[in-house]
Design a protein around this ligand. Structure first.
Ligand code: SF4
Length: 299
């Protein structure tokens, strides 16, 4: 059988520490895949920690170089062994997927996993496609794992995120972290992104034009990230993803689909739960439905 490792990779050497090294060719493809998965998850975890407020810790800089070398070499192997089509890893509770409900516009519905997140971010660039670019401090693309099992989609950055330079930087983010922990889901299996990517200080909720300008990038992000499930946080996110005029109160409580491909649960936004703590119980019921559909134990 032809080796999945090309010539240059066969000659590469994985640095394993201060005492020695392991030739890449001495590992089986399964070992390389496993190693790659560990490294990728570790890196995603570090990215998530940074995005959610960890300011840093002491570490040997050489460790970062070794992790990057491992990730580069194993990413190529993983990419070749990845199946061409996605599958929901566990969705026993989902009803049959309805036909697509999203009104397609040019560039709105990309082929599955057709492009990388890097490419999408590069295309956004220093985006001036809507008025929210004025007085924007930071364009906030996403945070968390690039290949999450569960993706949280909110309407836009929270107040204060623009200045902080990261999504969910405040109390709503802290509550979201607690919700994820309560789901017994590793943080590095999750990610957050928003319909609109910019929120200048003091800006009102996004209007139709702004949502329409940014929506294609959200859809491409989701296709590239290929999560197993999405939680749409709040009315605007749920409406955008489900192409409906219904509010979150009418949409929550039942699993739906995005594009007939990904399980989607509308859930109250953590900022709303901070304003109305009595709704937390309802939100938890919805998250438990997600956990069950993901095949995770439900307490
Ligand atoms: S909100 Fe979206 S479309 Fe508008 S400027 Fe920011 S990135 Fe561009």
């Amino acid at each position: 059988m032809e080796s999945p490792v090309n010539a240059s990779e066969r000659e590469s050497v994985i640095p394993v520490g201060g005492t020695g090294a392991v030739a890449a060719s001495s590992l089986t493809p399964q070992q390389r895949e496993g190693l790659g998965r560990v490294v990728r998850e570790a890196l995603a975890g570090l990215q998530l920690m940074a995005a959610w407020g960890c300011r840093g810790f002491d570490a040997d800089p050489a460790l970062t170089d070794r992790l990057a070398a491992l990730a580069r070499m194993t990413a190529a192997v993983e990419e070749r062994s990845r199946p061409p089509a996605p599958s929901l890893r566990a969705a026993p509770a989902l009803p049959a997927a309805p036909p697509s409900t999203i009104a397609a516009g040019p560039g709105c519905l990309p082929p599955w996993k057709s492009e990388s997140l890097d490419l999408i971010r590069r295309e956004l660039g220093d985006c001036r496609r809507c008025g929210l670019c004025e007085n924007r401090g930071n364009l906030l693309f996403a945070a968390g794992s690039p290949r999450p099992r569960l993706l949280f989609v909110a309407d836009g950055p929270e107040e204060g995120d623009d200045a902080a330079g990261r999504l969910f930087s405040g109390e709503a983010g802290a509550l979201l972290s607690r919700m994820i922990r309560a789901m017994n889901l590793p943080l590095d299996h999750t990610a957050v992104c928003t319909v609109i990517k910019c929120r200048p200080p003091g800006s009102p909720p996004p209007g139709k034009d702004e949502l329409a300008a940014c929506r294609p990038f959200l859809f491409r992000q989701i296709a590239a990230m290929a999560p197993d499930f999405i939680c749409a946080l709040g009315t605007t996110a749920a409406r955008t993803l489900l192409d409906t005029d219904q509010g979150i109160a009418g949409l929550r409580g039942r699993l739906q689909h995005w594009e007939g491909r990904i399980g989607l649960m509308p859930v109250y936004h953590p900022a709303y739960l901070l304003r109305k703590p009595s709704a937390k119980k309802t939100a938890w019921q919805d998250l438990k439905l997600v956990m069950a559909a993901m095949g995770r134990p439900v307490r």
